[in-house]
Design a protein around this ligand. Structure first.
Ligand SMILES: Cc1cc2nc3c(=O)[nH]c(=O)nc-3n(C[C@H](O)[C@H](O)[C@H](O)COP(=O)(O)O)c2cc1C
Length: 181
């Protein structure tokens, strides 16, 4: 049985919806035990034993949120020991704007993974909603490759956004991307 950890921060609940979607998608893969954890209560043993770790953070001020960065910094002793080397890694993020500089958040996560010697896995979905045949209901409607992106209107609660298309896209990150290789 392989072990996949999904670890995320969510200040106001929107990124948590995505984390649950990633967890849901990954749970459909047979032979994989999936665990969801918020950075507010980190289970380091589970992270150390995982075969793959999927990272999730809202985009705040164009990068990962401060609490998520604190988590990243807390891993530095593991970096020194090369403890997470060869684990698979992937990431997802959510922000209010269509762009909102979300790409920077995923780049930051992928650099974090590279520093640990982890193997970064992208979303592996063609972009939707980029032609006259597209619609906002398309999977990967934001057109990201490095990881899963979601957009949540700033004045709407997590019961309403991120929309279904983004949740489904996040679910694919867990389902198709990391663990089936
Ligand atoms: C401190 C802060 C900084 C933010 N910075 C950005 C940003 O750079 N780009 C953006 O599009 N949205 C930004 N937002 C909006 C959030 O990304 C958006 O509301 C998101 O859904 C919050 O996710 P959460 O509910 O999981 O915390 C920011 C929100 C906060 C609170």
């Amino acid at each position: 049985m392989k072990q996949l950890e999904v670890i995320y921060h969510s200040g106001y609940g929107h990124t948590a919806v995505l984390a649950e979607a990633v967890h849901r998608g990954a749970s459909q893969v047979s032979g994989v035990e999936v665990n969801l954890q918020s950075i507010e209560k980190i289970d380091w043993d589970r992270l150390d034993n995982a075969d793959a770790i999927i990272l999730g953070s809202p985009t705040y001020m164009g990068s990962v949120s401060a609490p998520f960065k604190a988590f990243m910094d807390e891993t530095s002793s593991r970096w020194y020991e090369r403890a997470w080397r060869n684990k698979l890694a992937a990431g997802f993020t959510n922000s209010a704007s269509w762009s909102g500089d979300k790409l920077n958040t995923l780049i930051q996560m992928s650099i974090f993974a590279a520093q640990h010697g982890m193997v970064w896995i992208g979303l592996d979905q063609l972009p939707g909603y980029n032609s006259t045949h597209g619609s906002p209901e398309d999977l990967n409607r934001i057109g990201s490759y490095l990881g899963a992106m979601a957009q949540s209107d700033a004045d709407r609660p997590p019961e309403e956004v991120p929309p279904k298309a983004d949740q489904e896209t996040a679910s694919l990150l867990g389902n198709e991307s990391p663990m089936q290789r």
